[in-house]
Design a protein around this ligand. Structure first.
Ligand code: NDP
Length: 318
């Protein structure tokens, strides 16, 4: 058996096509959705993430406003920047790229973002809405995983779903979304016993641990759906030799580039699973697509109703 590979690009393109229609409707009412992206310091991975997010805005006709305070910035300076962005009418979404430097109180900064502009879905108000099953802005990565399931015709209702990881930004919201979709959800973490046995009973597995290729093919039940959120940058040559011992072409690619990106799920799982997301090219693309979707949604909710756009009426129903 060979798994259906759930390519993120196909889902992303479908979401962008839908968003273009919604953006056109907003623009016709004089509203251009706007996203502020705050990138503190010089973290190379963060720079790439923010660059990709701004490129997505440009592709869709969303206004983007980048801010790049220095690594030495203080909590108070960031709080006043966020306060200013909260006040600006042309900004619908505020993205504060994590991680922030150690001297900054990240929680305080994230909690200062107005919940109506919280397009990352990290604010306690957004999380509270998610817990109680009310409409709101949902964290982008778990929301993207749900889009993959829905658009692939994979039913969560009644399914045994196992979420590996319990972070505030991936594992917990993922488990809540699956529960609201009527799956029976088990949440696993670093203290969970008998992980392989729990995973084996799953119809849907979402792996979000940050552990390169940890989920082994023999853990996966035949025909299960496997969503691999893990994004692990391998830079250590010894680790690459170990991981890629049976994948000479991947080892070669690593040697040329000096790094490799792998998920949490061993690629051999494709022989057992019914469907599997690749890394790279899977969930990561949906994370950005859902950020765009949240920005458009935030614009419709905050400004669209007042303008009486048809798009705003659509939101009121969802
Ligand atoms: P965190 O480090 O915040 O959380 C990891 C979770 O995995 C924790 O709950 C931890 O358990 C659990 N865990 C770690 N090791 C084990 C283990 N050996 N067995 C069982 N559980 C374990 O990570 P994030 O949630 O932020 O991210 C998870 C992964 O997803 C990372 O690879 C990250 O890069 C990736 N990611 C990808 C995104 C994308 O767009 N594709 C977006 C966001 C994240 P405990 O709580 O007990 O410590």
């Amino acid at each position: 058996m060979s798994a259906r590979i759930l390519q993120g690009s196909a889902f992303r393109d479908a979401i962008y096509a839908e968003l273009r229609g919604e953006i056109d409707a907003l623009r016709a009412a004089g509203i251009t959705p706007g996203l502020a992206a705050v990138l503190v310091g010089e973290n190379p991975a963060s720079k790439i993430y923010v660059r990709n997010k701004i490129a997505a805005c440009e592709q869709l006709g969303i206004f983007s406003a980048p801010f790049a305070p220095p690594a030495s910035t203080t909590t108070d300076e960031l709080l006043s920047l966020v306060a200013e962005l909260n006040r600006r009418d042309d900004i619908d979404g505020i993205l504060v790229q994590l991680p922030l430097p150690p001297q900054v109180d990240s929680k305080r900064v994230l909690e200062s973002v107005s919940p109506e502009k919280d397009v990352d879905g990290f604010h306690p108000v957004s999380l509270g809405r998610l817990v109680s099953g009310r409409a709101g802005l949902v964290a982008c990565t778990p929301a993207g995983c749900m889009e993959i399931l829905r658009r692939s015709g994979i039913r969560a209702e009644g399914a045994n779903a196992v979420v590996l990881g319990r972070s505030d930004i991936v594992g917990k919201p993922m488990a809540l979304l699956l529960m609201h979709a009527n799956a029976t959800v088990t949440i696993c973490h670093s203290k969970t016993r008998n992980l392989p046995e729990i995973v084996e009973r799953a119809d849907i597995v979402v792996a979000a641990m940050g552990r390169p290729w940890m989920v082994q093919p023999e853990w996966i039940g035949a025909g299960a759906t496997v969503i691999d959120v893990g994004t692990n940058q391998i830079t250590d040559a010894a680790e690459a030799e170990r991981l890629f011992a049976r994948y000479p072409e991947r080892l070669e690619a690593f040697k040329k580039k000096g790094s490799a990106l792998v998920g949490d799920v061993h690629p051999g799982a494709a022989e057992v699973a019914g469907a599997l997301t690749p890394v790279p090219g899977g969930v990561g693309l949906l994370t950005i697509a859902m950020l765009m979707s949240n920005t458009v949604k935030a614009a419709r909710l905050r400004r669209g109703r007042a303008a009486g756009t048809p798009a705003a009426a659509g939101v009121a129903r969802s």
